[in-house]
Design a protein around this ligand. Structure first.
Ligand code: SAM
Length: 211
């Protein structure tokens, strides 16, 4: 059954000219949580090969802005509102570059970042948690009050701590697994909406690197 689902979304994405089947996850999340608005600004962390950027760029339109960053190179996208940066977000300098490129408050920050899978559950979950914390701290620094944040995480022992961190910064925090997620994957998405703003949030850790 997992193969049927994989083929279905893979084929559908190819036919639609989408760069990843993951694009359907974001479309579903946008339908449910109203993440994007016309002319809005979006930061996409871990953006390659660019499926989420395609969805976000279409949603914000020509006068919006989508900045995508990945440690892997990506082919340019045919949207004037889309900018691609190359860099590893574990590096605080790269985090600063992403924030600088945004040049002003974002309406939405996305993170589909995933570590290289080792198959050792504890290691994979810990690395995923580290990436999610980095994304959350970048989001805290660039979201406008009321903005939204979507982050992928492999749930492990740190999941509840992470959800608590999210609740410091967002009035609503939901956990979901979109339909297009591969059945074999343990990944979930945490969605924070109604960002409280930089004044109000009181994170217990003010790290930028997650180390
Ligand atoms: C599942 S893919 C993202 C797919 C994308 N949302 C799409 O629709 O095309 C995860 C990406 O996270 C990136 N990534 C993982 N760790 C990263 C890091 N430390 N810095 C930058 N990118 C990272 C990987 O290179 C990979 O391209």
């Amino acid at each position: 059954m997992a193969f049927v689902r994989k083929d279905h979304f893979h084929k559908k994405a190819k036919q639609a000219g989408l760069r990843s089947r993951a694009a359907y996850k974001l479309e579903e999340l946008n339908k449910r949580f109203h993440l994007f608005k016309q002319n809005g600004k979006v930061l996409d962390l871990g953006a390659a090969p660019g499926g989420w950027m395609q969805v976000a760029a279409k949603a914000v339109g020509r006068h919006g802005r989508v900045v995508g960053i990945d440690r892997l190179e990506m082919d340019p996208l045919p949207f004037s509102q889309a900018t691609i940066l190359l860099g590893d977000l574990l590096d605080p300098i790269v985090q600063e570059q992403a924030l600088k490129e945004m040049n002003g408050p974002a309406d939405c920050v996305l993170s589909d970042m995933a570590p290289n899978i080792t198959g050792i559950r504890l290691t994979d979950c810990a690395r995923s948690h580290e990436l999610a914390m980095i994304a959350l701290n970048v989001a805290r620094r660039c979201l406008r009050t009321g903005g939204a944040f979507v982050v992928k995480i492999f749930p492990g022992d740190d999941l509840e701590d992470f959800r608590k961190e999210m609740k410091h910064s967002f009035r609503k925090v939901r956990t979901t697994r979109p339909e297009a997620t591969r059945k074999t994957s343990s990944e979930i998405y945490i969605i924070g909406t109604q960002f409280r703003g930089t004044e109000e949030h009181t994170p217990s850790k003010e790290t930028t690197s997650g180390h």
